[in-house]
Design a protein around this ligand. Structure first.
Ligand code: NAP
Length: 247
């Protein structure tokens, strides 16, 4: 088990890609804290799996865009767990529309939830990771933060911002053994992409060399690689998980 004895914090862990990240970490022996707006349906399943692997799973209710709450939660986790070895900044939202229709609140809320949250959470763990001379932070960006997407100026700006945060923080903490990387998924089958109609999906498939949407497990596997020692010489990278879209 690659994460035995490690403690991981995953934001947005109650469904979608976050759920698959939590499951893949639990299968590798990590203890998990997932932060989300709601507990969701799976805490019992997470706890059972954790127990089977000699670990633990906890839920902490937190809006990750709320700086004060984030600081409070990370203080609690540090006290309870003793160390935090892995942070995955996964929580994210979309508020899609063309820029001339976009309300300022839709711009701000997407930047707050997708980007400022990663700043708050990374700041909260970085001091401890530096002190313990090790840790892995993974930011869930998006291919649209690299290539852009009409109707997503707010979302793609937030994801491009995450990529900049990743590279700068990677440079700040590398000498202390802390690694910081990002993933840039393409179109993955989750409630976020369920909103696309068949016509939109068809148009998408034609642009994806592998000819299909991705599964959340396929994102989680790459994040597991970045969380584990398999990637011990990888930092400041942005790994695309897109079936070839945007290569
Ligand atoms: P999802 O199914 O909508 O799950 C997102 C999770 O984050 C939900 O549990 C949600 O809670 C939680 N969340 C939202 N706002 C939050 C907040 N302020 N504080 C704490 N938790 C919050 O989305 P997903 O598709 O799994 O996406 C996960 C990440 O992958 C996101 O960063 C997304 O941008 C990125 N991504 C997704 C795709 C894709 O195709 N799906 C592609 C590229 C990148 P509620 O359920 O209560 O809202």
């Amino acid at each position: 088990m690659m994460l035995q004895g490690k403690t991981a914090v995953v934001t947005g862990g109650s469904r979608g890609i976050g759920r698959e990240i939590v499951l893949s970490f639990l299968h590798q022996g990590a203890s998990i804290y997932y932060l989300d707006l709601q507990e969701g349906e799976y805490l019992g399943e997470y706890q059972k799996l954790a127990q089977e692997h000699g670990a633990q799973a906890f839920f902490k209710e937190a809006n990750v865009a709320d700086e004060e709450r984030v600081n409070q939660v990370f203080d609690e986790i540090a006290k309870e767990a003793g160390s935090i070895d892995i942070l995955v900044n996964n929580a994210g939202i979309t508020r899609d529309t063309l820029i001339f229709r976009m309300k300022t609140e839709d711009w701000k809320s997407v930047l707050d939830v997708n980007l400022s949250s990663a700043f708050y959470c990374s700041r909260a763990v970085s001091r401890q990771m530096i002190k313990q001379r090790g840790g892995s932070i993974i930011n869930v960006a998006s291919i649209v933060g690299v290539i852009g997407n009409a109707g997503q100026t707010n979302y793609s700006a937030s994801k491009a911002g995450l990529i900049g945060l990743t590279k700068s923080l990677a440079r700040e903490v590398a000498s202390r053994g802390v690694r910081v990387n990002a993933v840039a998924p393409g179109f993955i089958v989750t409630p976020m992409t369920d909103k696309l109609n068949e016509e939109q999906k068809g148009a998408l498939y034609s642009q994806i060399p592998l000819g299909r949407l991705g599964d959340p497990e396929e994102v989680a596997k790459v994040i597991l690689f970045l969380a584990s020692d398999l990637s011990s010489y990888v930092t400041g990278e942005v790994l695309k998980i897109t079936g070839g879209l945007g290569m």
